[in-house]
Design a protein around this ligand. Structure first.
Ligand SMILES: *Cc1c(COP(=O)(O)O)cnc(C)c1O
Length: 470
């Protein structure tokens, strides 16, 4: 205890830290507030370490160096790029879909300039933000009308709030999904003040189940694409076409929450087919909703397409204002949709499809290039291994995609240490550990980062197996 007290007394005062040449120089370079704050944090960090029983270096010089390191960490953007070596193409924690360059550029231009968000240049008067993507969406999906909002959870809430408020919506028990975070179909329905009538059982729902549940309180039939799980075995659901037929006969709109929202057939990528938006519209859904940042490969958004009469009701609903799409998203979404107008450009320009369409030989060759760059790193053993990646993003359930990964092992740095050190870099490299090796998937790792990865692995293994105490 006495010893701890003595050590605590020895922590340099803030003024002393700031008087050190490196700190003083940084202060003089216009970083006064940042360095002062970092000096306080450095002193605080030393305090905690002493109280935890450690004996850190307490000279003013070492503390100033620590303060500058902290100042550097503090200056980094919290939301910043990472390298995705996980093999999950639509990684929800890593921002889902990477946007195309076209989409990013469109967002940037709209951000830095006044723009046509709600201005109609031809008429010289107020326009509607919803017009920018509506005709594109109709052209691409074959729907009569369209509306884009903040995300798909909001879209579903808006659909139910606008079409089924204080009424009842029928949904199969096999489709009461929870999609990550807090999107649960029953809870969304509660929020939109529509009552849920569950029919069927978890594994089987028949057309008569819907028919029998319809009353004069029923406002719609809802089908939810079970995008992140699969019920296998003894199962039966009512196909969309059949549900649409029931809806038509009973005068009820059929709503389809499609979730992932592919505009292109995934079968072309050797991936199990997902229903496309065009198919859903053709199969008779009156309203279809999907995300912008899943299989569309664009920005976070919720897109509703379908019959004009229903979309018109939604546009007038006050909830629409609360979940409206912002100008940056809208610009990125429009640019993304324009790529789909020329289908041969999809694989070239939309990163999600660049990755999904990459031939295995090319993935393997990328891995070889990384291994070559790593060949001179002392103590490092690398090899190419066949692995399984995933589409991810709550799409294509249970579907693994073959891929190649670079597997690394080091003589003195453990895979855990390597994983942690690479994750803590200013541009973090996110991989995973398997069979006592550190793995980087070559489908999702971007070519332009191979040099950076090689340099970082060299730098982070050169420090050996010592665990930093900082
Ligand atoms: C992903 C998903 C949602 C939620 O979409 P967000 O864009 O994340 O809000 C809703 N329903 C289904 C079926 C989904 O797959």
């Amino acid at each position: 205890m006495e010893m701890k007290k003595e050590l605590l007394r020895q922590i340099p005062k803030i003024d002393e830290i700031l008087a050190q040449p490196q700190a003083a120089q940084a202060m003089a370079q216009g970083r006064r507030a940042a360095v002062t704050q970092a000096a306080r944090q450095a002193a605080e960090r030393l305090r905690s370490r002493i109280l935890a029983g450690e004996t850190p270096e307490l000279s003013a010089e070492a503390t100033a160096a620590l303060a500058l390191e902290i100042a550097e960490e503090n200056s980094r953007m919290n939301l910043r790029p990472v390298i995705n070596g996980t093999g999950i193409v639509l990684h929800t924690n890593l921002g889902r879909a990477r946007m195309s360059h076209e989409a990013a550029l469109a967002a940037m231009q709209v951000a830095e300039n006044y723009n046509t968000l709600e201005y109609d240049c031809r008429q010289g008067r107020r326009g509607s933000r919803y017009d920018h993507v509506e005709s594109l969406l109709c052209q691409l999906t074959g729907a009569e009308a369209a509306l884009a909002v903040n995300n798909n959870a909001a879209a579903v809430m808006l659909i139910l709030g606008a079409l089924a408020k204080d009424k009842q919506v029928i949904v199969s028990r096999g489709e009461l999904v929870e999609i990550g975070g807090s999107f649960r179909v029953p809870e969304i329905m509660e929020q939109s003040n529509s009552a849920l009538a569950e029919v069927g059982t978890t594994n089987k729902t028949h057309p008569q189940d819907y028919e029998r549940a319809i009353t004069d309180q029923t406002a719609a039939l809802l089908k939810v694409h079970t995008s992140n799980y699969k019920i296998m075995g003894f199962t039966e659901d009512v196909p969309l076409e059949q549900l649409a037929e029931i809806g038509r006969r009973r005068g009820l709109p059929v709503i389809y929450d499609l979730g992932s929202g592919a505009l292109t057939d995934l079968a072309a990528y050797g991936i199990e087919s997902e229903p496309t938006v065009q198919w859903a519209c053709q199969a008779g859904a009156d309203i279809v909703s999907f995300s912008g940042d899943k299989l569309l490969g664009g920005p976070q958004a919720g897109i509703v397409v379908g019959k004009k009469s229903y979309i018109d009701v939604m546009k007038k609903n006050p909830l629409t204002r609360a979940v409206r799409i912002d100008k940056l998203t809208l610009a990125a979404l429009e640019a993304t949709l324009r790529i789909y107008l020329e289908p041969e450009q999809i694989n070239q320009k939309i990163p999600t499809y660049q990755m999904l369409s990459m031939p295995l030989e090319e993935i393997q060759a990328k891995g070889r290039r990384l291994l070559e760059k790593l060949a001179e790193v002392p103590g490092l053993h690398g090899q190419l291994v066949e692995e399984q990646g995933q589409v991810g993003g709550g799409s294509v359930p249970a579907q693994m995609i073959p891929t190649w990964a670079v597997a690394l092992r080091h003589e003195s740095v453990t895979p855990d240490q390597l994983e942690t050190r690479l994750r803590l870099l200013p541009l973090p490299i996110i991989g995973r550990i398997s069979k006592d090796r550190f793995l980087l998937d070559m489908r999702t790792t971007q070519e332009e980062y191979l040099d950076y990865i090689a340099q970082s692995v060299a730098q982070e293994t050169a420090r050996g197996g010592r665990e930093e105490t900082a």
